[in-house]
Design a protein around this ligand. Sequence first.
Ligand SMILES: *Cc1c(COP(=O)(O)O)cnc(C)c1O
Length: 369
Amino acid sequence: MIRLSRPFIGKEEIEAVVNVLKTDQLSLGPKTEEFEKSFAKLIGTKYGIAVNSGTSGLHLAVKSLGIKDGDEVITSPFSFIASANCALFERAIPVFVDVEETTFNMDPKKIEEKITPKTKAIVVVHIFGKSCDMDYIIKIAKKHNLKIIEDACESPLARYKGKNVGSFGDVSVFAFYPNKPMTTGEGGMILTDNKEIAKLCTSYKNQGRGDSLQWLTHERLGYNYRISEITAAIGVEQTKKLPAIIEKRRKLAEIYINGLKDIPGLKLPSLDDVKDHAWFVFPIRVDSRIRDKLIAKLNEKGIQSKAYFYPCIHLQELYKNMFGYKEGDFPIAEKLSKETLIIPFYTQITDKEILTIKESLINSLGELK
Ligand SMILES: *Cc1c(COP(=O)(O)O)cnc(C)c1O
């Protein structure tokens, strides 16, 4: 079976974990600090706050901006559910804006019509590793006095006009689950240039402790969203490798696009995107009537693939029940959601594996004619 994704872990990570285990400091220690500093430096922000998942990071991003009960937060319906749930955690309301067919990202030109006096922030999701149009979004945010949260969970080292994604918003969030370009098993990182936001996130993630971090004094309602030193040690090594990982993924995406471009009935990512994209996954599109059959055919041939993202967030049971959303509310997101599948893509994938996947795609599509 050729799997959809595989972590890229080497002897450096294994050694780093063993070294931490030989110490007496398994949490709140120097590795966490090193991970935070090195990741923030690589992306280009002043502060990094390591947390135990991307979802925890998004929650604290929302909370640290003071978003609360009844506030509205604009975001994309074509995403992983955490980018909308983070508003719900604070009883705020996610307000969806349909996406652009070419980029899979929220259509910036449709944001303004959704802004009301209750709108407090835009959660920008750089989907699959592709940056949103940040100039346009920053302009709208300034005009309406809105905060920007970047959900960069899929996009470490994706670039927009030469600058790394995650360095544009008031606060941004990365995730390190094993299918992401870099992983710590479970983990996430909040980045910001704002000292106050950094201070609040540091406190919230650690039981609401104050600056002194005294063990039994709690100044605000906090959580335990900390990571262990073991996780942080993996993060330090993965951060060092990240530039090479992303470069490799760009090369692989190019090989994939060139290899698949002559197959009729497939819509592929654009070659123009290769160099600034972070390539979290490799998404392809087919006619919605054959998508699920194609996934089954590929599976028979030992190739894992997956409908992505299906269903859209607004058509998940939770959102239908809470807000009464129905089919047709965000037609472009729904169309993409019915046509898109991801095929195996990982840093160490071989040319031979890519060739096998190509042949299986051609044969499967032929069988479905
Ligand atoms: C992975 C992901 C998250 C959440 O990350 P976890 O670490 O799994 O909590 C959030 N948003 C997007 C877009 C993601 O892909």
